[in-house]
Design a protein around this ligand. Structure first.
Ligand SMILES: O=C(O)c1cc(=O)[nH]c(=O)n1[C@@H]1O[C@H](COP(=O)(O)O)[C@@H](O)[C@H]1O
Length: 231
């Protein structure tokens, strides 16, 4: 199992509330993720605030644009010193190769670069509506193959695809899985979900968990309870 698999998704519209939660957490226990909402509201200063508290940060901005633009965006992420960042695999091979190339000057200090396959909120029916007539698992495999070919470090997928992807692409290809729901918690807008324990057993390396922790009455207790289920 990857050391420190839990990545807490900080999806807040209030910086004070977010940092209040961060101050209750322990960098030895989890990593943190900042996404579009918080980065749009609070920008690079939030990244600095989190780094100064000793946490590894996944900057989840899911870049999807022409290769030149995405290469420059991942360079900006690398300059922030983040642990991991991501692009959309559906941006294509040339886009992902340009992103990978942009990180070469950073050597061992480059962030891990992973690509989103099929969002965990999407079902087979949602895929049909955007013209993808194959089951989610098949489309995930296709986009993961493209990501692997581009030389990225891994993919974002649902834990339901983890076993298939690990057996196809091997242990070095990292699987970051949102859509994690502890037993009995509300799925919300997520469709392809799994419990933390089952996700790790299936081969997930990183479990992205937001609302089951951040919306809990006692977020630290919720995180500790999840830890106990996977210990
Ligand atoms: O890239 C992501 O992190 C991501 C990809 C994906 O397919 N699904 C997904 O839910 N996410 C993110 O993971 C987090 C999940 O949060 P919760 O549903 O609250 O646990 C959110 O911040 C999403 O933006």
């Amino acid at each position: 199992m990857t050391n420190k698999p839990i990545v807490v998704a900080l999806d807040f519209d209030n910086k004070h509330a977010a940092l209040n939660l961060v101050d209750k957490l322990d960098p030895d226990m989890c990593r943190l993720k900042v996404g579009k909402e918080m980065f749009t509201l609070f920008g690079p200063q939030l990244v600095k605030d989190i780094h100064s508290r000793g946490f590894d940060l996944f900057l989840d901005l899911k870049f999807h644009d022409i290769p030149n633009t995405v290469a420059k965006a991942v360079t900006a992420a690398a300059e922030l010193g983040v642990w991991m960042t991501n692009v959309h695999a559906s941006g294509g091979l040339a886009m992902m190769e340009a992103a990978k190339k942009a990180l070469l000057p950073y050597g061992d200090n480059a962030p891990l670069l992973i690509a989103v396959t099929v969002l965990t909120s999407m079902s087979d029916e949602d895929l049909k509506l955007i013209g993808i007539d194959v089951p989610a698992e098949e489309h995930v495999k296709r986009l993961a193959a493209l990501t692997h070919q581009a030389g990225l470090n891994g993919v974002v997928c649902s834990a339901r695809e983890a076993q298939m992807l690990k057996s196809t692409f091997g242990d070095n290809f990292k699987l970051c899985t949102p859509g994690i729901r502890p037993e009995g918690s509300d799925a919300g807008d997520q469709h392809r979900v799994m419990t933390p324990k089952m996700a790790l057993e299936a081969g997930s390396d990183y479990l992205v968990i937001g609302r089951p922790i951040t919306k809990a009455a006692d977020p630290l207790a919720a995180l500790q309870a999840i830890h106990r289920t996977i210990a």
